[in-house]
Design a protein around this ligand. Structure first.
Ligand code: CA
Length: 227
């Protein structure tokens, strides 16, 4: 299968370097050097994945990512110069699947690309595409979550996380398992991001509907109970 990747990066030297490396791996590449042009390309063609720099002229990467997400669930890997947990969380909360901090080793980026492409096919190619637990329903085709028919708006990462919890209902999932499955690799042992996202999910689901879905198993991890 041929994968087509869009690189949105204003530093032409980096864009060219990425293009050569990715072509060498067999990917088909398109490039854009500013946010607006990148967004146009992303919206007018069907890409397998997008590599998106955060600092871009015209329209920055966060805004480009938000706008792409309004109509597409294409995997997006952000390139960022920032490197603290909250920045990572903020970056991912825009709907990006992953991020790589500059300067990066090309092998690391290639590994993230493979993970994102693989996860995309495992998440979206399932024969049965809805799950139902305690009135909470997730529809993987329509990308919708509802509780007794009230819609719940989730970011992409929250959606993937909830999907994983629902798929494994009544099983305790450790933070490491969650990181590996939802984020695709270990965040160098930084499992805080899991707790941050548990808070997001609880505020949008448990607190909103005044019902306890997600249980904390102290010292171990989390569990979605079917009751
Ligand atoms: Ca840049």
């Amino acid at each position: 299968m041929e994968y087509k990747i869009l690189i949105i990066e204003d530093e032409q030297r980096i864009a060219r370097f990425l293009e050569l490396e990715l072509q060498h791996e067999g990917y088909v590449i398109e490039k854009a050097y500013d946010g607006r042009n990148g967004l146009e390309k992303a919206q007018s063609d069907d890409f397998s994945l997008i590599i998106l720099d955060i600092m871009l002229p015209g329209l920055n990467g966060v805004e480009v990512c938000r706008r792409i997400r309004q109509s597409s669930q294409v995997p997006i890997i952000m390139l960022t110069a920032k490197d603290s947990t909250m920045d990572k969380v903020m970056g991912l909360d825009t709907g990006a699947d992953d991020y790589v901090t500059k300067p990066f080793a090309i092998e690391e980026l290639l590994a993230r690309i493979r993970v994102a492409l693989k996860r995309k096919s495992s998440i979206y190619a399932k024969p049965s595409n809805t799950l139902l637990v305690n009135g909470l329903k997730i529809d993987l085709d329509k990308y919708l979550v509802t509780y007794n028919d009230s819609p719940i708006e989730l970011t992409k990462k929250e959606f993937d996380f909830l999907h994983y919890l629902m798929e494994n209902k009544n099983m305790v999932l450790t933070r490491d398992q969650i990181l590996e499955k939802v984020w695709g690799y270990s965040y160098f042992g930084d499992t805080n991001v899991v707790d941050v996202y548990i808070r997001y999910l609880r505020s949008k689901i448990d607190n909103k509907f005044n019902r306890k879905f997600i249980h904390t198993i102290r010292g171990v991890g989390y569990l979605l109970k079917d009751e």
